[in-house]
Design a protein around this ligand. Structure first.
Ligand code: NDP
Length: 257
């Protein structure tokens, strides 16, 4: 895996916490000799802390570029790609991970702001990033080369009450991913879906508008996945031989079976 990742440039959205953060660390640990990581999210301080942690753990073989970026802002996404320093432009892997859930309301009561923020981040944000990065992949010889790894969710496959907008947004991610894979069938661009079940991160804190005790109650009495469990699958997927596409991974804790 280290050999196949060596020298690559990996871009991760939502790298300031949870699955995105663990994925950055897992890439760095897997290919410590030579890797470039572009880490994006809205919380720049957390990205800088992560850069320092990676430097401390694996040394200078992994270069890290932290960038403040809101994926739902299409102009900002275009500007970010246009302004990348020359040596950071040759991106090989895009991990579209930024996403969130907000609220547990039934459909008639869902707040307009929650609907907008979930769709503009989970769906439009992911499409913004894909449209911005794909041209870099398609410029490569033989129809193009690169990996787009989209984080959907078990919620995109198994909708539940009180999650209608979030579930719909993740079903949209899944459908977009499958369409894109078919559009790019003649290229060497791999379009991949990673669908986690319950993972303990800041996800539930965001769902309950910052109420940590409500978030903790979600995990009481069960053993959720850790973000590392998902990070390992993402890095495994990105480090397969070029002709091997791990198109779809569904990973859940056994209480969710
Ligand atoms: P976290 O809340 O820990 O992480 C979410 C990340 O997304 C943060 O880094 C956050 O950074 C970033 N983010 C949110 N909105 C934006 C935005 N507009 N622009 C850029 N970055 C943004 O949750 P998880 O790690 O659990 O979530 C990661 C992905 O995994 C999400 O897509 C989620 O839907 C999916 N998932 C999670 C599951 C779970 O049980 N935890 C289950 C299935 C899927 P910042 O706030 O700094 O911008």
């Amino acid at each position: 895996a280290a050999k196949r990742l060596s020298g690559k440039t990996i871009l991760i959205t939502g790298a300031s916490s949870g699955i995105g953060r663990s994925t950055a660390l897992e890439f760095a640990r897997t290919s410590p000799q030579s890797l470039r990581l572009i880490l994006t999210a809205r919380r720049e301080d957390a990205l800088r802390e992560l850069r320092d942690q990676i430097r401390e753990e694996v040394g200078g073989g992994v270069e890290v570029l932290p960038v403040k970026l809101d994926v739902s802002d299409a102009d900002a996404v275009r500007g970010f790609v246009g302004n990348l320093p020359e040596e950071w432009r040759d991106i090989n892997v895009l991990v579209n991970n930024a996403g969130l859930v907000r609220g547990v309301d039934r459909a008639p009561e869902i707040k307009e702001d929650d609907i907008n923020v979930m769709f503009s981040t989970n769906v439009t944000g992911l499409i913004n990033m894909t449209q911005a990065i794909l041209p870099i992949f398609l410029k490569r010889p033989n129809g193009g080369q690169g990996d787009i790894i989209n984080i959907s969710s078990i919620a995109g496959r198994e909708p539940y009450p009180g999650g209608s907008i979030y579930c719909a947004s993740k079903a949209a991610v899944k459908s977009f991913t499958d369409s894109l894979r078919k559009e790019l069938i003649a290229s060497r661009v791999r379009v991949i879906s990673v669908d986690p079940g319950q993972v303990e991160t800041e996800f539930s804190v965001v769902r309950f508008y910052g109420d940590k005790s409500k978030a903790d109650a979600v995990y009481a009495g069960c053993t959720p996945l850790t973000p590392d469990d998902i990070a390992e699958v993402i890095v495994f997927t990105a480090s397969r031989p070029e002709n091997v596409v791990v198109a779809d991974s569904l990973i859940f804790p056994n209480h969710q079976a």
